[in-house]
Design a protein around this ligand. Structure first.
Ligand code: HEC
Length: 190
């Protein structure tokens, strides 16, 4: 008798549970399906966004022109011994080379050979660029000038490795801009 009651109660409990939980399970399945469909839609939108972003990302050439601008300014700031301005242009130059690498860690030579730009930069970053940074921190013009030239040789080493030996840099003869004053003693605007 007791056994029958226990079996009956258990049966009722299980039955109740199924009836109580089933709709929830069903709803969960519907939700999952909806999620998958949303994910599908998002993926298409995402692909389009990625394609659009790629199409408007600046070219390597454009990024390098920025490097060229900042690095030329660095020369004139250094020659005027405007060390805070020199540090600004040093950082801009370095960061823009890193921007190139974030976008294109490798490039191809005109012959189609893959070049590891990141590897080349890592070598420069710990040698000539580090020496240049130290000369600015130490505010020493007699160390700055040779370090600036050494880094130009590093720029060229990368250009040669990238199959572009015709991109031979030199010490700039004319400031690339005339709106930022290189002089540390300027008093206007105050
Ligand atoms: C890690 C490699 C690397 C380093 C370091 C590097 N460059 Fe470049 N640079 C390139 C590549 C690659 C190109 C060609 C970009 C393109 O057009 O595809 C280039 C192109 C250029 C150009 C031509 C831009 C144009 O299209 O008019 C200039 C100017 C330039 N670099 C200046 C510099 C200077 C200055 C430095 C050093 C402060 C430097 N680069 C350091 C890889 C490098």
């Amino acid at each position: 008798m007791l056994k029958t009651v226990v079996v009956f109660v258990c049966g009722a409990l299980i039955g109740g549970l199924v009836v109580w939980k089933l709709p929830a399970l069903g709803q969960a399945a519907v939700k999952d399906q909806a999620k998958t469909e949303t994910a599908k839609v998002d993926l298409t939108a995402l692909n389009n966004d990625v394609a659009r972003l790629k199409s408007i990302t600046p070219s390597n050439s454009h990024i390098m022109e920025d490097v060229s601008f900042h690095y030329s300014n660095l020369w004139f700031a250094g020659q005027k011994k405007n060390w805070p301005l020199a540090m600004f242009y040093y950082n801009e130059s370095r960061n823009h080379i890193r921007w190139l690498l974030a976008k294109s860690p490798t490039t191809k030579t005109p012959e189609g050979e893959v070049v590891n730009l990141q590897g080349i930069f890592d070598g420069i970053d710990t040698s000539s660029l580090a020496t240049l940074k130290k000369s600015i921190e130490d505010k020493k013009i007699d160390e700055f000038t040779p370090a600036y030239k050494l880094t130009l040789e590093s720029c060229y080493a990368c250009h040669k490795s990238a199959g572009r030996p015709y991109l031979r840099p030199m010490i700039p003869t004319v400031p690339p801009q005339s709106i930022i004053n290189y002089s540390p003693d300027a008093s206007w605007p105050s």
